[in-house]
Design a protein around this ligand. Structure first.
Ligand SMILES: Cc1cc2nc3c(=O)[nH]c(=O)nc-3n(C[C@H](O)[C@H](O)[C@H](O)COP(=O)(O)OP(=O)(O)OC[C@H]3O[C@@H](n4cnc5c(N)ncnc54)[C@H](O)[C@@H]3O)c2cc1C
Length: 429
């Protein structure tokens, strides 16, 4: 290679950002020259574990995102969408916000584009359900809940006729369970501000195809979570699957039995699908993820690497790593180590991982956690969740801002201002 190696990383999420940071550090330690480009369609890093806190208005939206340019030190940040990868010519195609296209060459490519939502072809689901994957999703969800409260209060003469609010959430994994707790909190804690809307008018449903919530945390914590949610009058439909959805109803089925649940807000967190770039890569896949060696490159090709949610990374004991931020951050270290090793003709190392555990916040200052095999639930687990994730935010600026938001929420209650994108108009209508 005559020029300094060109390393291009696609995706500014947990995998891509942390791989960039690790590469910057390792290359500078070895005094090795390389051009690093981080290409991402958004100019910010989004801290997804706190998305439900934005959706439920306990954190201001800008506090869980950090501009990539403020985090990386030496890499060039390119805010563009990657539309194609040509492994033959070792080029990717970028589409800028202005719609122009251009090519970017690479010697080493790291693909960390995450995944997309899967609606499994369920009739009406994609058209009528919201998802919670992006900052835009969280803002839309927050606005929709507040709009529902406003509508219910405004469109009735008295509390007996207030429009009922029915929120339905599909998926009882981490995202669904945390979202149901958070949205329920937002509605219930805002009720004193809506005198015509009584608690009896609010129903929140959680639909999960399996028999347990949060199966990753084990049956005891799953049962604790189910009981905690039921105690708040959240209706659980365990063992039921969504089979169809319309603007106002969700049909759920269990074997031959079918039920219809009315909704005025439907949220879907129940499935993930392959990213379009992964589908177009012409490389082996495992259930919609790029299949990589344990050293994290594509089989037989050490110029293309992948990690995080879009990669099927083999685990030592068999199977593949779960799509979690914890794995993405650790895989980033391995990718960076191995690319530097490849440049300097050293030995590659496999990705190995010992899980620290997992935590979930389930609303009303309650949580569940399994850390190093020990189980925690209730307030202590919620406090652990907040402490752990606060310190996982990438910069002190955001940690302080989030801590202030949480404190303000405790003292002043939820902020129910709607974020409306309307421009001012001079006619005054
Ligand atoms: C609501 C929610 C809560 C979660 N909570 C937790 C939790 O508590 N703990 C945990 O460990 N995990 C959690 N996760 C999972 C965690 O967010 C993912 O495992 C992690 O984000 C994976 O990192 P990644 O880099 O692979 O993908 P992502 O973080 O999704 O990043 C993908 C990046 O690629 C960019 N991108 C996508 N397409 C293109 C393109 N064509 N061109 C350029 N850039 C592109 C995106 O803009 C983004 O920056 C949660 C996920 C969600 C949705």
């Amino acid at each position: 290679m005559k020029h300094a190696p060109r390393i291009v990383i696609i995706g500014g999420g947990f995998g891509g950002l942390y791989a960039t940071l690790a590469l910057e550090k390792k290359l500078s330690r070895l005094n090795q020259k390389a051009e690093i480009s981080l290409v991402s369609k958004d100019n910010f890093f989004l801290f997804t574990p706190m998305l439900h806190e934005v959706a439920s208005s306990s954190i201001a939206l800008q506090n869980i995102v950090t501009p990539l340019r403020k985090i990386v030190r030496k890499a060039t940040v390119i805010t563009s969408k990657v539309t194609a990868i040509d492994r033959g010519s070792r080029e990717i195609t970028l589409e800028s916000a202005a719609g122009t296209h251009h090519q970017l060459g690479y010697d080493y490519l790291v693909i960390a584009v995450g995944n997309t939502s899967n609606f499994y072809g369920i009739p009406g689901l994609e058209e009528n359900a919201m998802t919670l994957k992006t900052l835009g999703d969280a803002i839309t969800m927050r606005n929709s809940v507040i709009s529902l409260l406003e509508k219910s209060e405004a469109e009735c003469p008295d509390s007996d006729h207030a429009m009922p609010i029915s929120v339905v959430i599909g998926g009882g994994g981490f995202a669904g369970t945390e979202t149901v707790g958070a949205i329920h909190d937002l509605i219930i804690r805002s009720l004193p501000l809506y005198p015509k809307l009584r608690r009896a008018k609010v129903t929140v449903h959680l639909i999960e195809g399996g028999e347990k919530l949060l199966p990753e945390l084990g049956s005891e914590l799953g049962a604790y979570t189910a009981e905690a949610l039921r105690n708040r009058s959240i209706t659980l439909h365990l063992g039921w699957r969504i089979s169809a959805a319309t603007e106002t109803t969700v049909t759920i089925t269990q074997g031959e039995t079918e039920k219809v649940v009315n909704h005025n807000l439907l949220i879907w967190t129940g499935g993930v699908a392959a990213h379009p770039l992964v589908n177009a890569l012409e490389a082996p896949q495992e259930k919609g993820r790029v299949l990589v060696e344990s050293t994290l490159h594509i089989p037989g090709d050490t110029s293309v690497w992948s990690l995080g949610d879009c990669a099927a990374v083999p685990q030592l004991g068999g199977g593949f790593c779960a799509p979690t931020a914890q794995h993405a951050i650790r895989q980033a270290e391995t990718v960076a180590h191995n690319i530097v090793a490849e440049i300097s003709h050293a030995r590659l190392m496999p990705y190995t991982h010992r899980s620290i555990g997992a935590l979930a916040s389930i609303g009303e200052r309650t949580g569940v956690a399994r850390i190093f095999g020990f189980q925690f639930s209730g307030f202590i687990a919620w406090w652990m969740w907040r402490t752990v994730y606060l310190f996982k935010l990438p910069q002190w600026e955001k940690r302080i801002r989030v801590a202030i938001d949480w404190t303000s929420d405790l003292i002043f209650g939820r902020d129910i201002v709607q974020y409306l994108p309307d421009r001012s108009n001079t006619k005054g209508d």
